[in-house]
Design a protein around this ligand. Structure first.
Ligand code: NDP
Length: 372
């Protein structure tokens, strides 16, 4: 089968492409420029998986019919391209590519995707919730309606992450609406993956998104990482801007490889059709899983203790000097503010998620190889 992956050069999409190729699929990956196509091809050639990969330039996903050619002859679609950074002013800068890109690919699949059996859209927990004031358990039944309203009121005065969350929420809503209106005329069904999105609880300037794990997309330097990994790097390795307030914040996370796998499984498993699926751990009992307080990542001592507790010897972190943050944060009762109901993920996808320890170890090893 051939799978279309949009935004194939991105952090998650590179891993999704890799998993598809490793499982024997052919992949057509869309990117915005020839340079990016070359980066993607070079990487997959370098690991011997380039044969079944073709790249395809879609320079502007906002254009009507942008994906009309790209969808021809593919059996499944993973739509992952969407803007995610902190420098947005005009909400339309995110809304147009997020919403029109998502609804647009469904329109193209309807028009030209004669073989398409399923479309998987990468949404986010940003469309499930807006960061709550008190600890809350969310499920796939929840929708973030708050942030779209806020952006409507505040326009370009909105916080960039409010704009981002609104863009994801409106894009996902647009996808479900389009699917509902056209499901009798299309050959495919829709499935949505919602990886955790996280933000600080007040709309202050810092924001945190947790999607870790080693990157395989092209990165020029440790200061030009994708948004979520940049936050991790800043707190766990750099630490110079890690205030006590920032390290007290808590949220949920997922490893990039598990997120990529969720997309593959959502295309393979019949039961994923018509479902939005949150992909994260939920256990609050074990510091190596699921929700976390930033300080838990940011302290070498804790990570080493986790290693000890898991009989991993020698600890993966002994030689690396990591910032210790504010150890006292973890002295009192730990409050994990955002957690998710994982029953649906367990029932349909059944992913064995990487633990915080594994993800940290792999990411640190990868960064060390790059000299960061
Ligand atoms: P990256 O920034 O690494 O990848 C984003 C991809 O989208 C790139 O291929 C990028 O292309 C493309 N893209 C961005 N803006 C546009 C635009 N205006 N028009 C066309 N393409 C665009 O981020 P991630 O891999 O983290 O994100 C991938 C998806 O996962 C997104 O949909 C994001 O919302 C979602 N997500 C991410 C989470 C996270 O924590 N990382 C959590 C939950 C969801 P280019 O390189 O050309 O800019």
């Amino acid at each position: 089968d051939k799978i279309l992956v949009t935004g194939a050069n991105g952090y998650i999409a590179m891993w999704a492409t890799r998993l598809f190729l490793e499982r024997g699929y052919s992949v057509r990956g869309t990117v915005r420029s020839e340079d990016k196509a070359k980066d993607v091809k070079d990487y997959f050639n370098s690991i011997g998986l380039g044969d079944k990969l073709e790249t395809f330039i879609v320079d502007d996903i906002v254009k009507e019919g942008a994906f009309d050619e790209a969808v021809k002859g593919v059996d499944g679609i993973a739509h992952m391209a969407s803007p995610f950074h902190g420098n947005v002013k005009d909400p339309q800068e995110f809304f147009r590519p997020a919403i029109q890109g998502t609804v647009g690919i469904l329109k193209s699949a309807n028009k030209n995707g004669k073989q398409v059996k399923r479309v998987v859209v990468t949404s986010s927990t940003a469309s499930v919730m807006s960061p709550p004031d008190k600890p809350t358990l969310f499920s796939a039944l929840d929708w973030n309606t708050k942030d779209p309203k806020l952006v409507e009121e505040l326009g370009s005065n909105s916080h960039p992450m409010t704009i981002y969350r609104a863009s994801k929420s409106l894009a996902e809503k647009g996808a479900w609406d389009y699917y509902e209106q056209h499901k009798n005329e299309v050959t495919w069904d829709l499935s949505v993956i919602n990886p955790p999105f996280v933000s600080s609880f007040s709309h202050r300037e810092s924001f945190y998104t947790k999607l870790n794990g080693p990157p395989i997309h092209k990165i020029a330097s440790s200061s030009s990482l994708n948004t979520s990994l940049q936050a991790w790097y800043n707190h766990v390795i750099d630490g110079t801007k890690s205030t006590k307030e920032a390290l007290t914040d808590s949220t949920s996370w997922v490893d990039v490889r598990d997120t990529a796998l969720a997309h593959v499984l959502a295309l393979e498993k019949a039961e994923a059709g018509g479902e939005r699926i949150i992909t994260t751990e939920v256990s609050t009992l074990n510091v190596i899983l699921g929700p976390f307080i930033w300080q838990e990542w940011a302290m070498a001592l804790i990570l080493n203790k986790v290693a000890e507790a898991n009989s991993i010897s020698p600890s993966p972190f002994p030689s690396r000097k990591l910032p210790i943050g504010f150890p006292e944060i973890l002295e009192g009762e730990r409050v994990y503010k955002i957690s998710y109901d994982k029953k649906k993920e367990e029932r349909i996808l059944g992913i064995k998620f990487h633990t915080k320890l594994e993800s940290t170890k792999d990411t640190l090893e990868d960064f060390a190889k790059r000299g960061w």
